[in-house]
Ligand binder design. Structure first.
Ligand code: LIP
Length: 282
């Protein structure tokens, strides 16, 4: 099996690079925006085109594999992770950035077997940085090994987070309450690249000590989660305990100490799970 997954990973890297080319070209022409769950949850024809391109190319090589894709789910497909080999795809992570030409846009491809991420590929296509991780084999950026920061003092840390794509006043209150607590620790700074995948690559690269967010989806974090853990980092739920990829909540940090410190400051809420049944219960 090990060799099979290696060839799947090689394929993921090459298709991510191709997808990145399409994204780069489209940045010049396709800025026609549509909306999904809210007026700030954006999608473009390029998201849909790139997801199709990736799925078709993978299907040709691995016809029995399954897919969870951001735009396929938006189009009504169920988001269910089984034990079968499954490709979890975000064709453009950072769609809002793409629409505004803010220069952090990623193609994110995670690959799970038995619900465990076997490899993750995040291509930051405007920076031309290819982040990769294979379970048990480390994380890399353009072939160079990655290592999380060794800073354990939260007061010397930079924390990454996002404002997300909900403008529900209650959600906004939670976001600002967490942010206020964290800024007031005080930390060195708070940053956000506008994409979960790139924020996680920044944790893996040692540029920020942690990233947390509530409201992300499995396709935003599947690949990045392995890139963080293979670079020596930890993943946690926002209430502590094990991170659940379908829960739409994540803390990714350089260490358990930093993750647990962040958890203390997060104003917690629970969005509808990615794998919630269509009748919409929590
Ligand atoms: C984005 C995430 C980001 C989050 C946004 C959005 P998209 O993904 O990466 O962290 O704050 O709301 O979900 O929609 O650009 O793929």
């Amino acid at each position: 099996m090990a060799d099979l997954w290696q060839s799947a990973m090689d394929h993921a890297v090459s298709v991510a690079r191709k997808a990145g080319e399409v994204v780069r070209e489209a940045l010049q022409v396709d800025r026609k925006v549509m909306t999904k769950s809210s007026s700030v949850d954006l999608v473009t024809q390029t998201d849909q085109k790139v997801e199709k391109l990736i799925i078709q190319s993978v299907q040709e090589k691995f016809p029995s594999h399954r897919f969870i894709g951001e735009e396929s789910v938006a189009a009504g497909e169920r988001c269910v992770l089984t034990n079968e080999p499954t490709w979890i795809i975000d064709p453009i992570d950072g769609t809002t950035n793409f629409v505004h030409a803010f220069p952090f846009v990623a193609v994110s491809i995670g690959f799970c077997v038995n619900k465990q991420v076997e490899f993750g590929v995040v291509y930051s296509c405007l920076e031309d940085k290819m982040f990769t991780a294979r379970r048990g084999k480390g994380s890399f950026c353009n072939g160079e090994p990655l290592q999380v920061s060794d800073q354990k003092d939260i007061k010397q840390a930079i924390i990454a987070t996002e404002f997300g794509s909900s403008r529900d006043p209650e959600v906004v209150d939670h976001i600002f309450s967490s942010l206020r607590n964290i800024v007031s620790i005080p930390v060195h700074g708070v940053r956000g690249a506008g994409t979960a995948a790139i924020n996680m690559c920044l944790v893996a690269s040692g540029c920020v000590e942690a990233y947390y967010e509530i409201g992300i989806h499995v396709w935003d974090v599947a690949a990045g989660s392995l890139i963080v853990s293979e670079a020596g980092g930890v993943l946690m739920d926002v209430e502590g305990g094990q991170m659940d990829m379908m829960s739409r909540r994540i803390v990714a940090a350089n260490s358990k100490i930093i993750a647990e410190r962040i958890v203390k400051e997060i104003s917690v809420f629970s969005p509808l799970r990615d794998d919630a049944p269509p009748d919409g219960h929590h």
